[in-house]
Design a binder for this molecule. Structure first.
Ligand SMILES: [Zn+2]
Ligand SMILES: [Zn+2]
Length: 119
């Protein structure tokens, strides 16, 4: 049994704890979260990040051309993007995944919900 419950619904689970660090930055303002997740919910978070943000690094290796298209909002492609979004996923036995995206104010809440950020 993992020591801490999974942050998604606070359920207990067997198997190793997985974790994620997320952040939303706007100028000098920063909101950060540290999530303890079960293997299933770390995969779900990874899938959301993968389909919305850019995967910029796998372990120590930068992903080629990952920054292409990262200068507009991840959701609506607006170029009014006060927010920078980050998510690092740590899955047991796998290389770390780093995601990055930019966001307009309107589309921040979707990321905020996934990342469980308090603003
Ligand atoms: Zn879970
Ligand atoms: Zn947007």
């Amino acid at each position: 049994m993992a020591l801490f419950p999974c942050v998604v619904g606070n359920h207990k689970y067997a198997g190793p704890q997985q974790s994620a660090y997320c952040a939303a930055l706007n100028g000098s303002f920063a909101a950060r979260s540290k999530l303890r997740l079960c293997p299933e919910h770390v995969e779900q978070l990874g899938q959301w990040m993968n389909s919305n943000l850019k995967l910029i690094a796998i372990g120590e290796k930068m992903v080629d051309e990952a920054w292409k298209g990262a200068d507009v909002c991840y959701s609506c492609s607006s170029s009014e993007i006060p927010w920078q979004l980050f998510c690092n996923l740590y899955r047991r036995g796998e290389p770390q995944l780093d995601f990055y995206g930019a966001s307009c104010t309107e589309h921040l809440p979707a990321f905020q919900t996934e990342a469980r950020l308090e603003l």
